[in-house]
Design a binder for this molecule. Structure first.
Ligand code: SF4
Length: 192
């Protein structure tokens, strides 16, 4: 059950009432809290919102059968993660709504030159377009030598920046790929 503000106030009032009669509600509360994640599978991940990169555990309900659509029911801080030790800021604590959100894009959008609207396209089309633009830009802007005739083999026509959830291994590959293309303007979390 989703805990709304109204439910919260009701529970608080009922809790105070039963506590005043001498009942200890803590075991019942602990049991109710446990039920929410008792049948979930846990996936460790990284909060995508900022460069702190806190570790999170994503709880997914669904028995991994082919005819079941898994649903994320809870996201919490990872207590074993060295950065945040289980804590999350309010943005990280709301991560479930980042996953379960009917406004979330699930397919690439494309707006052709001169068009006023975006429309959904397939990944094959997007990747081909990106590759074509990278190739065209590099061919057009590549410099073998600078103004003092020093060998530079670079392009100043492109830049690359990594995201905060990219791992060091992914950043290593990003840097290798971009340097191979001659990209100079480059930054990512690992600062390689
Ligand atoms: S939980 Fe907050 S501090 Fe941690 S990575 Fe996410 S946004 Fe940054």
């Amino acid at each position: 059950m989703e805990l709304t503000r109204r439910h919260f106030l009701k529970l608080g009032t009922a809790g105070a009432f039963f506590s005043s009669l001498g009942f200890d509600l803590r075991p019942a509360m602990a049991e109710a809290k446990g039920l929410k994640i008792s049948r979930t599978s846990e996936t460790r991940s990284t909060c995508p919102y900022c460069s702190v990169s806190c570790g999170v555990i994503i709880h997914t309900l669904g028995d991994r059968a082919a005819n079941v659509t898994p649903t994320v029911v809870h996201v919490e801080g990872d207590p074993d993660h060295p950065i945040n030790r289980g804590t999350l800021c309010p943005k990280g604590a709301s991560l479930r709504h980042y996953v379960i959100n009917d406004r979330r894009l699930t397919k690439p959008l494309y707006r052709p030159p001169g068009a006023a609207h975006w429309h959904e396209v397939e990944w094959d089309f997007v990747l081909t377009e990106i590759a074509r633009h990278v190739k065209d830009t590099r061919d057009r802007t590549f410099q073998s030598r600078d103004e003092k005739d020093r060998i530079v083999n670079r392009t100043l026509g492109m830049a690359a920046i990594g995201g905060c959830t990219d791992t060091s291994e992914m950043n290593f590959l990003l840097v290798k790929t971009m340097r191979a293309l001659g990209v100079v303007y480059l930054d990512q979390q690992s600062r390689l």
